[in-house]
Unconditional design. Structure first.
Length: 233
């Protein structure tokens, strides 16, 4: 059986590094809401807004841990007998960012959320492709945002790097195409690897988008690879 592969038309993309000390500019969100958002949601909203602006788009949000840090704080409050804020509870769900984003823009387009362990970003790219393929005239916004889990959870295999990445899928204004491939891990033994391998999927994808060079990530029994092709003139 051939390795599954798919091609995504990328109209715009944006990223936000986890290591930066600057605050993401999310001035399009009302101050009363902005104050309550986590660092994770702020980064996700920033890159999402960079890509889609005021246009409507279906949203695929992806995160391995989501708002786990907020949830952890809620659990600590409960164990200490302290009251839990209803706002904190409502913003603790995995896809909290999609609700805030849709309300702020008055966009009622469909939104979905993906979480698939260390392969979350790869499967989110597949979901975004599938949604776009069903309605080619309707753009799809993929937003990936994550941060390492609280130390209370101990060592986590293939832990995330953190940060946020967004891609707008649209045939109308595509800058280029991202080719995604998932293959069996024995391909790792090829004498000439097809791409530089990275510790996380987000690092690999960002390298591919920034440099145009192939990049890959190896998981348990699978190799994910990404290649960038500029739009033909």
């Amino acid at each position: 059986m051939p390795d599954p592969h798919w091609t995504i038309p990328v109209a715009r993309w944006s990223s936000w590094p986890a290591a930066t000390t600057a605050a993401p500019d999310i001035g399009f969100i009302e101050p009363i809401v902005r104050r309550r958002l986590s660092t994770l949601s702020k980064a996700a909203l920033k890159v999402a807004h960079d890509c889609v602006g005021a246009d409507e788009a279906r949203v695929v949000f992806a995160s391995r841990h989501g708002e786990l840090r907020r949830t952890t704080e809620i659990l600590r409050a409960i164990s200490s007998g302290e009251p839990v804020s209803p706002t904190a509870f409502s913003l603790s769900v995995l896809n909290a960012m999609t609700g805030v984003f849709g309300i702020a823009r008055g966009d009622r387009s469909a939104a979905s959320a993906i979480s698939a362990g260390p392969e979350t970003l790869g499967y989110a790219l597949l979901e975004a492709y599938a949604q776009h393929a069903t309605q080619l005239a309707s753009p799809v916004l993929l937003v990936y945002a994550d941060e390492p889990a609280d130390p209370a959870y101990g060592t986590i295999d293939d832990e995330v790097q953190g940060g946020a990445i967004a891609l707008l899928l649209s045939n109308e204004t595509a800058l280029g195409h991202l080719v995604c491939t998932q293959s069996a891990s024995p391909r790792l033994h090829d004498s000439e690897p097809a791409a530089t391998r990275f510790a996380t999927q987000s690092q690999a994808l960002l390298h591919c988008l920034e440099t145009g060079e192939p990049a890959a990530w190896q998981g348990a029994g699978v190799l994910w690879q990404w290649e960038w092709h500029d739009r033909a003139a």
